[in-house]
Design a protein around this ligand. Sequence first.
Ligand SMILES: C[S@@+](CC[C@H](N)C(=O)[O-])C[C@H]1O[C@@H](n2cnc3c(N)ncnc32)[C@H](O)[C@@H]1O
Length: 311
Amino acid sequence: MTHAYINPRYQTTKETSAFIPSDEEQFETYEAGHIVDLLMNSDHHNPLFRAPVGEDAQHILDIGTGAGHWAIDVADRFPRTLVRGVDIFPPPVNWTPPNCILEVDDVLQEWTWSQPFDLIHLRIMEASFTPEELDRLYQQCYQKIRPGGWIEQVELTIDLFCDDDSLPKDSAASRWGEINRKAAEKCGRPCDLFATLEKRIQEAGFVDIHVQDQKWPIGPWPRDKLLKEAGLVNLQHWLLGVEGYSMFHLTNYGDPVPWTRAEVIVHNAKLRSELKNPHYHIYNKSKRVWAQKPSDDSQNLSNTARRADQS
Ligand SMILES: C[S@@+](CC[C@H](N)C(=O)[O-])C[C@H]1O[C@@H](n2cnc3c(N)ncnc32)[C@H](O)[C@@H]1O
C-alpha cells in the first residue's frame, strides 16, 4: 500500500472539533479498527458489545459513529431495535438497514432525541473533547439512558508497547504516544480518556462497572492464529490512520514548535516502516468499559470496577 500524502479533508459541522479528517483513508481506518475489535471479541456470542442488552432493546445510540460500521452491524443483529449513529461528519454510506439512522450532529449540543436509550456506545473518542465537555457528555448520556440501561465504551492507547524489548527505545514507535499526547494536551483536548474512563463513567453516576483489558497486536507477529489475523488487520488500521490522527495536532501544536507537514510525513514514514518490521513485537492496549444506570431495584449493585477477560 502506498501512502501518497494528499491534503486531508476536514468537513464537519464544527470547525474546532475537526482534528481528524473526513476522507476515504480515515473512513478505511475506522473500518479496519472495527474489524480488529470484532476479531478480538470473536470468542463472545455478541462481539459488538458486552452490556447485557437483548433483542428487546428499543433504542441504541452510537456516539461519534465515524463511518457507521458499529451502528450498522448492531442494527443487522437486532432488527427490532432502532439504532442511531451520530457524528459531526457525514458518514460515507449509501445504504443502511431500515432500523439504522445515521445523523450529522454535535453531541455537545442539547440532544433532541426524546426516547430513552437502552444502550449508548462510544468507541475511540480519545482527544475529541475537553475535560469539561467530557463531563457534560457523560452527564447527558446518564440522563438519556433509561433506568437500568447501559453505557459502553472502547478506547485504545495512543502509546505503543512491546513486552520483549524487540522495539528500540529510540524508535519513532516508542515516542509516538508521547509526541501526540503533548500536542493534544496543548490543543486543549488531552489524550487521557483511556486512563480515566472508568472514573469518569462512575462519577457520572453509573454502577456495576465492568472493565475488559486487551492487547491488540500490530502486525502478524503473534503465534496464535486469531491474534495473528487481528494483528494483520490492526497493522492496516495503524498504517492507514497515523497521518489522519497526527497531521492536525503536530502541524498546529507539535513540540517544541509546530512541525511542518513535511516533517510529519517523514516521521510517519519512519513509524510505518517500524510497524511493518516483523521483528518488532508491537501492540496497543484496548479497554472496554460497560456500566449500568441504576434502576429502582438495582440498589445492591456494586459500583466497584471489575476486571474481566485479562489478556
Ligand atoms: C476516532 S473516530 C471513531 C469512529 C467510530 N466510533 C469507530 O470506532 O470507528 C471519532 C469520531 O468522533 C466524532 N466526533 C468528535 N466530536 C464529536 C461531536 N462533538 N459530536 C459527534 N461526533 C463527534 C468524529 O467526527 C469521529 O468520527
